[in-house]
Design a protein around this ligand. Structure first.
Ligand code: HEM
Ligand code: SF4
Length: 564
């Protein structure tokens, strides 16, 4: 009761974005007017919040801000478009289309994100509609890929690893559709659909999101043990598929994971999802997911966006109260969680075969960036492979790519292409630390970046590799992740080594996450520059090499030794 009073009090001071959402007429706002305004490359301020729900962020080229300001020119605005791609799957025809869309309308770079989808950057305002329309002809959309709604639903990527994969994967699609906003605004604004009138408007009634949507972004991940490639506990809802006698028995459901923090705001924290219990049967599984979202809709903090994620709602309510409310809304209890074990979070690089005989090749794509450069013509090579029509493209939450569902008869063709394009060599030659590393986007597009990430991490790794070799630990599957700010888009808080940007060229060094995403790391050193990072790591690697127990991993070692 007290909690409800608190929520009511909070409601009286809604954050400005809450007002924009409810006044938006189904996320339309003044987006049409913003698009029509040829004087500026930007859109109106309120629309920058709304366009996220359509899968886009307004950005500007931060490398050129100073020069533009000096010349008294408007900043160089453009848009990032992120696809909704449940479970991260695309067919070959869609990849070929994506390749052309990227070349025609964006910077040309295809970016695999840490949540298993694709982003294109640098799309100018006038090219948004043609881009969305081109995606639409490929049966791809960007609805709810960003914004205060359920975002891309991720699912373990490697079909060769589990006979359950197909069935579990279908839940990613089903949940994504269940949690789509009902408004037709995406189709009206970007695809010229006739606006609804009169009674037709009733079709847009949205029992899940109503007119206020969620207090904050919402993320769902599905893991298929023994793989935790999705970092299931970093999500608002984490679903763990439980296999019994070769069949999907149901899911363990965890809730309240979320990583972002704010420097200097002690009220914010990274949190792993808490286990609620087990549920079986499709109707009940879907109901549990739905009602967790409604609780967050009704009880989440709508006045302070920094404290609005489900993790804070759960901690404010108390886990038991939250669970009781969930069971009340569902009308049935959850069973106790069933046993499972995670033994791997990395991708399964190279060739693998599944139980039906189909083949899979996991390609290393450094920080998910697909382009042709001096090192490797990855984009052209993948286009050639897609043009055979003999593969599917699956994206991993580790920012890599699985060429999938290859028939035995076609394996040779793909193998030859992997060879001739240099993709196989590129994948196999990369060191383990490089293959497993993750960096977020940061500069030059992310408006929130304090430090570099994806543009810098490759060169830092080139300096870390010799240290690992010097201490004879280069065969360790070390997990190192870097982000340009504490929002944590590259999940640095669950890495063995996390580097989190504090200022240009400066990073907090976090240590001690485990290798399976089941333990958060802890800050070890503040705001180190490159020299500081390398000096610290050199000392730690030396100690690890000399003092580790048999089979002990780096994150466990620094924890056991109480280094953090
Ligand atoms: C308050 C918290 C957060 C804010 C404000 C935020 C904001 C942003 C922004 C502005 C971008 C666009 C960067 C660009 O493309 O230039 C971005 C990218 C992204 N964010 Fe976040 N983010 C937050 C937390 C997270 C967390 C915790 C995750 C995942 C665990 C995440 C996942 C992603 C992904 C997958 C991308 C796409 C690019 C990539 O793979 O690096 N975000 N975020
Ligand atoms: S972690 Fe920060 S810098 Fe990196 S993409 Fe996310 S918001 Fe931007």
């Amino acid at each position: 009761m007290l909690y409800k009073l608190f929520v009511l009090a909070e409601k009286n001071k809604l954050s400005p974005i809450e007002k924009i959402k409810t006044a938006s007429d189904g996320l339309r706002g003044t987006l049409q007017e913003s698009l029509a305004d040829a004087i500026t490359g930007a859109i109106r301020e309120d629309d920058t919040a709304l366009i996220k729900f359509h899968g886009m962020y307004q950005q500007d080229d931060r490398d050129r801000r100073e020069e533009r300001t000096e010349k008294k020119l408007e900043w160089l605005y453009s848009f990032m478009i992120r696809l909704r791609l449940p479970g991260g799957l695309m067919n070959a025809e869609q990849w070929v289309g994506l390749n052309h869309i990227a070349g025609e309308y964006s910077t040309g770079v295809i970016k695999i994100t840490t949540r298993q989808t694709i982003q294109l950057h640098g799309i100018v305002k006038a090219e948004i509609k043609p881009t969305i329309s081109a995606f639409n002809t490929l049966h791809l959309d960007s609805i709810a890929a960003c914004g205060d709604v359920n975002r891309n639903v991720v699912c373990s990527s490697h079909p060769s690893q589990s006979i359950l994969h197909k069935e579990v994967f279908s839940y990613a699609e089903k949940i994504s559709i269940m949690a789509l906003p009902k408004t037709r605004s995406y189709y009206e604004i970007w695809l010229n659909e006739e606006p609804l009138t009169g009674d037709q408007k009733k079709e847009e009634a949205d029992p899940l999101y109503q007119d206020r949507y969620l207090p904050r972004k919402f993320k769902i991940a599905i893991a298929i043990p023994p793989d935790n490639d999705v970092d299931v506990f970093a999500n608002d809802i984490g679903m763990i598929a439980i296999e019994e006698n070769g069949k999907l028995a149901g899911f363990n459901i965890a809730a309240g994971g979320g990583l972002s923090t704010t420097h200097g705001n002690p009220a914010t924290y990274a949190r792993l999802a808490s286990m609620l219990g087990f549920i079986s049967g499709e109707d009940k599984i879907m109901k549990v997911v739905y009602e967790i979202i409604t609780i967050q809709r009704d009880y989440g903090n709508r006045s302070d966006r920094k404290l609005a994620r489900l993790k804070y709602t759960i901690d404010n309510m108390g886990l038991e109260t939250f669970k009781a409310e969930l069971e009340k809304r569902c009308g049935f209890p959850l069973e106790p969680a069933r046993p499972y074990v995670f033994t791997k979070r990395e991708d399964h690089f190279g060739w693998k075969q599944d139980h039906t005989g189909k083949w899979y090749y996991t390609v290393f794509t450094e920080n998910g960036i697909i382009k042709d450069d001096g090192k490797i013509a990855l984009k052209s090579g993948l286009l050639e492979i897609a043009q055979t029509g003999k593969v599917f493209f699956r994206f991993t939450c580790n920012q890599n790519l699985v060429l999938s569902d290859i028939q035995s008869a076609d394996k040779n063709v793909i193998e030859n292409l992997l060879n001739s394009t240099g993709i196989e060599k590129h994948t196999l030659q990369a060191s383990l630390v490089r293959r497993n590393a993750i960096a977020c986007v940061a500069f030059n597009t992310c408006p929130l970046a304090l430090a570099e990430a994806q543009r810098y991490l490759p060169s830092l790794i080139s300096k870390i590799e010799p240290l690992l070799e010097k201490h004879h630990i280069e065969k360790e599957e070390l997990h190192l992740r870097m982000t340009g700010c504490p929002n944590g888009c590259g999940r640095p808080y669950v890495a063995e080594i996390g580097l989190i940007g504090t200022a240009y060229g400066k990073y907090n060094l976090h240590l001690g996450g485990d290798r399976f995403g089941e333990r958060l790391n802890i800050k070890y050193k503040d705001s180190l520059d490159e020299e500081g990072i390398l000096t610290e790591l050199n000392g730690l690697f030396e100690k690890f090499s000399n003092e580790k127990m048999d089979g002990e991993e780096f994150g466990d070692f620094v924890t056991r030794k109480k280094i953090v």
